[in-house]
Write a protein that binds this ligand. Structure first.
Ligand SMILES: C[S@@+](CC[C@H](N)C(=O)[O-])C[C@H]1O[C@@H](n2cnc3c(N)ncnc32)[C@H](O)[C@@H]1O
Length: 301
């Protein structure tokens, strides 16, 4: 698919390649073979990229089971490939999410990264469409020539390089048959900040078509490839939904779920004794382990 795209025609590449960790759609290979494959795809992406264009490569960790589960952050091992191809790193965006596998031999992983590269120093970037609400919109200059005027940009602030979006798990409105699809809003930020309407956005590992759907939603053109037919089928449906304005998605800039808003029924401690004056059930509690395999006793802290 990539070989059929002419040089310098794509404004933006947003992708998440297989991580080589044994997901349903991938066959594990030694890290060197994996990097060789990535080098080929990245080389082609650079060839088709417009001189003012950007590449956003989203990855997590390779877990090396042969080395007792030690982790290799894939952005670290992929960076030299981009650098050797002459690309410039503009940001390493940390995407933080609050749910995922619970690890027992290390801290549970709660972020992945997106490396944003440009092909030249003259690249397209517009922060205005991706500004987020100011923390203190009413703040004013208290001295100097602008005293009394609002000190912050009324359009909002730069979103920074740490983004918190829920990952797409079972209850997420965007959930499909894919085990690790992008949240739409992650791609939307790149599409809006790094491309203009009508320009081409590419995802060589398209999955269920999130990148293309986000591109179409915002008036760009999308192109991508995916090996698994059932993901392609869903990708087509989502792209069609984006054309007709019915694409399901979490609105951009919606605050992440706050458990305090769930009310006491969700925040009570189910294994605590029933509510009483002495141990009100909604009070913060402390666990005391009595002996191995014994039950936990809960007391108010
Ligand atoms: C991490 S997933 C990407 C998910 C995608 N970002 C989304 O939102 O749905 C990587 C995808 O790459 C696909 N893939 C793996 N090797 C491929 C190849 N050689 N060509 C095209 N797709 C490939 C896998 O089937 C998988 O769906």
């Amino acid at each position: 698919m990539l070989a059929g795209i002419p040089d310098s025609t794509i404004q933006l590449v947003v992708t998440s390649p297989p991580y080589n960790i044994g997901k349903a759609y991938e066959r594990r290979s030694p890290l060197t073979g994996y990097l060789e494959f990535q080098r080929k795809v990245i080389g082609e992406c650079v060839r088709v990229l417009h001189p003012r264009g950007s590449i956003c490569w989203q990855v997590g960790n390779f877990v090396d089971k042969k080395a007792a589960g030690s982790i290799i952050p894939l952005d670290i091992v992929l960076y030299p490939i981009f650098s050797e191809l002459g690309l410039k790193l503009r940001n390493r965006v940390v995407w933080h999410f609050e749910h995922g596998l619970h690890c027992s031999k290390r801290l549970s992983g709660r972020y992945e990264t997106v490396l944003w590269f440009t092909k030249s120093d003259d690249y397209h970037f517009n922060v205005d469409p991706i500004r987020v609400p100011q923390k203190y919109p009413g703040k004013k200059h208290f001295k100097g020539p602008k005293v009394g005027q609002y000190s912050c940009n009324p359009l909002g602030k730069n979103p920074g390089d740490v983004w918190t979006f829920p990952n797409v798990k079972n209850n997420h409105i965007e959930k499909t048959n894919h085990p690790c699809q992008f949240p739409l809003e992650l791609v939307e930020r790149f599409v809006l900040g790094m491309s203009h309407p009508d320009e081409w956005v590419l995802d060589p590992f398209a999955g269920v078509g999130t990148t293309m759907a986000a591109a179409v939603k915002h008036g760009r053109r999308g192109v991508g490839s995916e090996l698994v037919p059932s993901y392609n089928f869903v990708a087509r449906e989502r792209i069609n939904a984006a054309f007709s304005g019915t694409l399901k998605g979490r609105p951009m800039n919606r605050a992440v779920y706050d458990p305090n808003l769930a009310g006491p029924s969700m925040r009570s401690v189910p294994w605590a004794v029933s509510p009483s004056k002495e141990y009100p059930i909604h009070q913060p509690t402390q666990l005391v382990l009595l002996e191995p395999k014994a039950r936990y006793r809960v007391r108010a802290s």
